[in-house]
Design a protein around this ligand. Structure first.
Ligand SMILES: Cc1ncc(COP(=O)(O)O)c(C=O)c1O
Length: 345
């Protein structure tokens, strides 16, 4: 186990196995958020201080996924960011998507059916086989929300590139525990409120700069301006030249929490998180008699799982009819053992 490398920064009550639904804030993020709320209540500071947190978070996220900061936009929800990209698909585009894909990286394509955009859904394990000369885009999650399946981003990128297709990767269930390299995606989107343990309402878009030339910044407002503070009023259109033209104005308090959490994630390091989380997931799997896996999310059909865990005060989820348990930095061996005991006892 690698538990000793993880600092004691969380106040999780025992039995929280549901980071795939929402992550819990480390103390520095909680403290920063309370301070910002106090400042708000008293009118003690200028909003620019809160917005600056979004810039710190943008830099952190770029480092976490190995991207250029200039290629990172900040937004609020995955679906809204994907929607801007989906609108750039040509009429008649064919998009290949895993059949169990979370809707935020699926519905944005389906809404273009009237202009001939076709969505082909396939089992996650058959994604590579489904990519061919007819494919315009491959949209998938680096880690599946319902099942925890990990997709080989490099392999999908190579298959898509062989046919000139673009990849749109939802990394929401991955960044924070799984090493993710943005270079394997033409577009990478990530909501920060799960494995990046941030308040709900902060998300990132990383976009290849050449592809970005073909994407209309449909959500552009003042915050997408080249000089934000000279973009409040009136024409002409004067958008940022880099990915900031896809920014939406920051939900201040979300970003205060997000910046502080990402600093913690960077200091711990994703490899340590990966080792810790997967070890606990595999301890859980072993307790249920399952072979080891490669994911921080465990999905298993287990009789009366929801009732048994609820009776023991353990918080997990049911997705696609199966128990979904997820393990992150604040999860302990005793959390895992209590869950195993509740299920097998
Ligand atoms: C893979 C994945 N992407 C995105 C989201 C959230 O999407 P949005 O930010 O559009 O609400 C979830 C939430 O469960 C998810 O599991």
């Amino acid at each position: 186990m690698t538990t000793h490398r993880i600092p004691d920064l969380w106040e999780a009550e025992p039995g929280y196995l549901n980071t795939a639904s929402y992550g819990l804030p480390p103390r520095p993020a909680w403290v920063a958020l309370q301070a910002a709320l106090e400042d708000w209540r008293a009118g003690r500071t200028a909003w620019e201080d809160w917005a600056a947190a979004g810039e710190r978070a943008r830099h952190s996220f770029a480092r976490l996924v190995g991207a250029q900061t200039a290629d990172v936009a900040v937004g609020s929800q995955v679906s809204a960011l994907v929607g801007v990209v989906a609108a750039a698909l040509p009429d008649g585009a064919r998009v290949v998507v895993p059949e169990i894909e979370f809707a935020s990286n699926l519905f944005p394509y389906l809404v273009h059916a009237d202009r001939g955009v076709e969505v082909v859904t396939v089992p996650t394990g058959r994604l590579l086989d489904a990519i061919d000369e007819r494919t315009t885009a491959v949209a998938y999650s680096a880690v599946q929300s319902a099942t925890g399946e990990v997709t080989d981003m490099a392999a999908v990128a190579a298959a898509a590139a062989a046919y000139g297709a673009v990849t749109v990767v939802d990394a929401t269930q991955a960044v924070g525990w799984l090493p993710v390299a943005a270079v394997h995606a033409d577009v990478l989107v990530c909501a920060a409120y799960k494995w990046l343990m941030s308040p709900r309402g902060s998300a990132f878009l990383v976009i290849d700069p050449e592809l970005a030339e073909r994407v209309r910044p449909l959500a552009a407002g003042w915050y997408a301006g080249e000089d934000v503070h000279a973009s409040y009023y009136g024409p002409p259109l004067r958008l940022a030249k880099d990915a900031r033209r896809f920014d939406v104005s920051p939900g201040w308090f979300d970003w205060v929490g997000t910046a502080a959490t990402l600093a913690v994630v960077e200091s711990i390091g994703v490899p340590a998180a990966h080792a810790h989380d997967v070890a606990l997931a595999n301890r859980f799997r072993a307790g249920l008699g399952l072979p080891p896996g490669d994911s921080a999310i465990v999905s298993v059909d287990w009789p009366a799982a929801a009732q048994r865990l609820a009776a023991a005060g353990i918080r997990a989820a049911t997705r696609a009819g199966s128990l979904r348990a997820s393990f992150h930095l604040y999860t302990t061996e005793s959390d895992v053992d209590a869950a195993v005991a509740a299920l097998t006892g």
